[in-house]
Ligand binder design. Sequence first.
Ligand SMILES: Cc1cc2nc3c(=O)[nH]c(=O)nc-3n(C[C@H](O)[C@H](O)[C@H](O)COP(=O)(O)OP(=O)(O)OC[C@H]3O[C@@H](n4cnc5c(N)ncnc54)[C@H](O)[C@@H]3O)c2cc1C
Ligand SMILES: NC(=O)c1ccc[n+]([C@@H]2O[C@H](COP(=O)([O-])OP(=O)(O)OC[C@H]3O[C@@H](n4cnc5c(N)ncnc54)[C@H](OP(=O)(O)O)[C@@H]3O)[C@@H](O)[C@H]2O)c1
Length: 480
Amino acid sequence: MSVHNSSEPATVVRAATGAQCAAAIDAPASRSAAVDSVASGSAASAYEGDAAYAHKFCILGAGTSGLTVLKNFKELGIACDCLERADDLGGNWYYGQPASSIYDSIHLISSKRLTEYTDFPMPEEFPQFPSRRQAWEYIQAYARHFKLREAIEFNTAVERIEPAGDFWDVRLADGSVRRYRGVVIANGHNWDPNWPSFPGEFRGTVLHSSQYKRPDVLVGKRVLVVGAGNSGCDIAVESSRYAARTFHSLRRGYHYLPKFLHGKPIDACGERWLRWRVPLWLRRIVSKVLVRFAIGAPQQYGLPKPDHKLFETHPIINSEMLYQVGHGRIVPKPDVAELCGERVRFADGSEEPIDVIVYATGFRISFPFIDQRHLNWRDGRPELFLNVFHPERDNLFIAGLIQPDSGQWGLVDYQAQLIGRYLRALDAGRPSAERFRRRSRAVRFDLSHGIHYVKSPRHLLEVEHYSYRQTLQRFIAALR
Ligand SMILES: Cc1cc2nc3c(=O)[nH]c(=O)nc-3n(C[C@H](O)[C@H](O)[C@H](O)COP(=O)(O)OP(=O)(O)OC[C@H]3O[C@@H](n4cnc5c(N)ncnc54)[C@H](O)[C@@H]3O)c2cc1C
Ligand SMILES: NC(=O)c1ccc[n+]([C@@H]2O[C@H](COP(=O)([O-])OP(=O)(O)OC[C@H]3O[C@@H](n4cnc5c(N)ncnc54)[C@H](OP(=O)(O)O)[C@@H]3O)[C@@H](O)[C@H]2O)c1
């Protein structure tokens, strides 16, 4: 076993110690040759270790995305390790952990049937919109059912990944470096707070939505929530029950959709129309009429008129927001103009004394462990085919780099199936792999399916879930 030595270059490789994919099979012929060549020292320069990892993929992260990659790789017999820096799996849904941005009272906004993995239904007894505890239970059950836990190395943080010839060097927090066949990045994109900068200084308590957990910090206070994504709306509603006053600063008008329409989860209603191929313009009109009929327009409650058409921002799904505004428990405000000590001045010139500001201003897309130039970085994000496939590298993939207008886990399950099938086809030298490669390098899919999203960094990863799922399914079928 070679050990890391500070006088040696960082590419010294540690021998296998941790858990490995239970279904890891013998490396396919082409890969075995590559492994041999590395082990005999003929590949990348400073490599000295054994080939314990060189036939395997490293899955970075054991959130809902990393888990389904692990499950699908395991089923397809693709050798892999899953490295997770936390002491348990679940990522964002592992409440209270640094990687988790959820709060205690959260329920999914995507309904269970549109969120669950493709072959592991959520229990019948779960409500349509499960709580965080139920989401966690489900994720744990998935890991148990497919025996994923034993293939995950917990408390194992990846510090850096670098290409090394046809391989990837993965440096861990303990300084050791492993040379893997490739990497599937699944580190999530809802953890690095996007802090806004406003002129002036605020002397009260400041939190980002990802740090907000329970309402005790709001009790009896004058609270300002900034930002009207689903975090801002959920937290403003929670604040309205506990705070002395709640102000909600919005920099534009939005459409608010209730969680249920005629007793059905609203995303399930939308799904039916998508299945019937109702065109966007007609879906827009019908949805608007139904929502207006059920709850009215935001302006009727004193909220600003939406400055865009329905579906042109990531949907706000919240049945309580308008209700609380209608009861004066949430007071809408325009953009923040200046922070003035213990007061905040807004763009309309009004001022309020404020004790606590919660910035629910979203997240930055971050990959602190890899140089952006390896990710084909363009305009604030990696530009990848279907947000998964690198234009030049067949050994680097990202899973979960999407923000769908619906549930995410099932979609990432399809992403994982596609990555796995592509790798199997490549290893077997099947023509379908070459066809997929050519296609992925020549074609740019419109992941919005004709929707013109409002220009905002939060829409950089937005995908229209129905057409995206169909596209993934078609490619999976072509690689079978
Ligand atoms: C408040 C909130 C509510 C949401 N609600 C919904 C919803 O209702 N429905 C829905 O479908 N989606 C929802 N989402 C989106 C949510 O992020 C996804 O459901 C899902 O959790 C993303 O999973 P992931 O595995 O891609 O990322 P994460 O859950 O963030 O997991 C990433 C994992 O990678 C690990 N990791 C990161 N870096 C390293 C490293 N360097 N080394 C080792 N390990 C590392 C982390 O510890 C973590 O475990 C919500 C997001 C937020 C913020
Ligand atoms: N219950 C749930 O399941 C739940 C709860 C919370 C979040 N989520 C999900 O988690 C993801 C992240 O949601 P999020 O609400 O945290 O973030 P988000 O969707 O990115 O929303 C951020 C909000 O902050 C505003 N904003 C951003 N920068 C600003 C600035 N500098 N000044 C003023 N306003 C600013 C944005 O305005 P613009 O409109 O101009 O961009 C937007 O209204 C989404 O996918 C969401 O659906 C789900």
